[in-house]
Ligand binder design. Sequence first.
Ligand code: IPM
Ligand code: MN
Length: 372
Amino acid sequence: MASGRPSNRKVLLLPGDGIGPEIMGEVLRIVDFFETRNLARFEVSEDLVGGAAFDKFGVPLTQETLERALESDAVLFGSVGGPKWEALPFALRPERGLLRLRKELDLFANLRPAVVFEALADASSLKHDLVAGLDLLIVRELTGGVYFGEPRGIETLADGSRRGINTEVYSDSEIERVVRVGFELARRRSGRLTEVDKANVMESGGLWREVAERVHADYPEVALSFMYADNCAMQLVRAPKQFDVIVTSNLFGDILSDCAAMLTGSLGMLPSASLGAPDRSGRRKALYEPVHGSAPDIAGKGLANPLAAILSFAMMLRYSFDMDEEAGLVERAVKGALEKGARTADIGAPQRASLATRAMGEAVLSELRKAA
Ligand code: IPM
Ligand code: MN
């Protein structure tokens, strides 16, 4: 097992709110496993984010936590938000903590793989044959577009009526850097890239197309196609296997990745990696998080599916620490646990007894123990 890399892999754990702490607890057990077996060492520290940070410090992300994130090799993020904080002013909402981390760490490329484990092909709301063997990757732009565009806000006009404003704005360089990530990944996979936009109604979408076409010249071996976002949503549920890599804006990527998640059986299965640009030494800032949210309805009950968080940890091994082999080990352990029938409620068949968060973590660990 490759363990020649320096031992101080600085990982900041931000469990957040709702089911975040429960699922991160299972990730920590896998970290422990790696350390006990001498497979890798991590320097893990933990901090508050989202509603948990607001309750203690009055803000969803403190300057200190942000600085710790900037100094880490990788951030492992749980989830943020919940009804308790919904009435807060926008700037203090838990979600702002996550958005600020993305922006300040300049994590512009969000990789959201949707892979269907054979054992779960029947858990999808789509027919088995439509999703069996599916392996697609959404590359979502993460630091621009309508999420951050100015002007934004709610204004009151002279006649007392109000107006809500958000702006979709992309510079060509913002588009280019994320489109390149899409091409690079497509080149290493099956060589197909679909750029998704609404160029039929949005000028910014037209720019996305132009830039993608220009960058394509550097990747002649990749087949580039274009698709409107509404059609893409439809195609994802009609014939998802036509896709390999999809690259798209922040908002469309948010929506389409929830859609892609359901193809895999449950939102509880989808991991993600948010990556910055590599620095001179080739290291990039990175944050890993499950695509699902804080699921307040089941929080604290030990029912949440920890697999998306565990698979996010595997992505960290692969993308931040070049530990492909170890990442594969974790992914195969998840696959093995599913093949043995381990199911949390979200992916369980109705007649099947479902496992708690902890028992699912245990099922993965027991596969790991056998393999490592
Ligand atoms: C996601 C989430 C976030 C987003 C929220 C929590 C701000 O839905 O990561 O997909 O909209 O980006
Ligand atoms: Mn989302």
